[in-house]
Design a protein around this ligand. Structure first.
Ligand SMILES: O=C(CO)[C@@H](O)[C@H](O)[C@H](O)[C@H](O)COP(=O)(O)O
Ligand SMILES: [Zn+2]
Length: 198
């Protein structure tokens, strides 16, 4: 692999991040408000997604339950991507499309938030989880790309859609991770205020 090709990856990622900063800062701020208000009311955040997005869900939950940059109380966030017994039982006995929605039905309560990650916006199991969450009167924060797909079309005005303006899965995932860090920082700022020297 040439250095040139590697540099093209960095270049494309950096350019997209610049562009996404303008397009996404407003919905990210709205997502922070939604999440902070849910957490303040004693509600929790459930997260689901496939592949790289499953890892993102776990990354997010770890930073809420553990910490991001500031010392604080653990916050209730749960990745629905980690329990292999639940996922294999539901996948085997029902369908792979149900592996997240069954968990939303089991754990989700009105006022909770579903953080739904799908770069295509079309993963059937994430879509089913969004449907299950809406049925339970939960709010959705959707991280998508490629126009938002079926998930984007399902969201209501009460939900937040953070749709990365790109068509390449890897690039979209890179912005999703940055978005997750913005959400964690936003929650810390809502709790403690901005650092004096910021
Ligand atoms: O990480 C990657 C590609 O960068 C893959 O594991 C990717 O997450 C998987 O193909 C997913 O199944 C894609 O699903 P989605 O983002 O379209 O919902
Ligand atoms: Zn990947």
């Amino acid at each position: 692999m040439t250095n040139q090709r590697i540099q093209a990856h960095f270049q494309e990622s950096a350019e997209l991040k610049q562009r996404a900063a303008a397009a996404l800062s407003q919905p990210i701020a709205e997502a922070v408000e939604l999440m902070f208000s849910a957490l303040s009311n004693g509600n929790k955040i459930l997260a689901c997604g496939n592949g790289g997005s499953a890892a993102d869900c776990q990354h997010f939950a770890a930073e809420l339950v553990g910490r991001f940059e500031r010392e604080r109380l653990p916050l209730p966030a749960l990745a629905l991507t980690t329990d292999t017994s639940i996922m294999t039982a539901v996948g085997n006995d029902y369908s792979f499309n149900d592996i997240f929605s069954k968990q939303v039905q089991a754990f989700g309560q009105a006022g909770d938030i579903l953080l739904a990650l799908s770069t295509s916006g079309n993963s059937a199991n994430v879509l089913a989880a969004v449907e299950a969450a809406l049925e339970r009167d939960m709010r959705i924060v959707a991280l998508t790309g490629k126009g938002g797909g079926a998930i984007g079309r399902l969201l209501t005005d009460a939900d937040v859609h953070i749709c990365v303006p790109h068509d390449r899965t890897a690039r979209i995932q890179e912005v999703h991770l940055l978005t997750i860090h913005c959400l964690c920082d936003g929650i810390d700022v809502a709790l403690f205020g901005e650092e004096p020297d910021e």
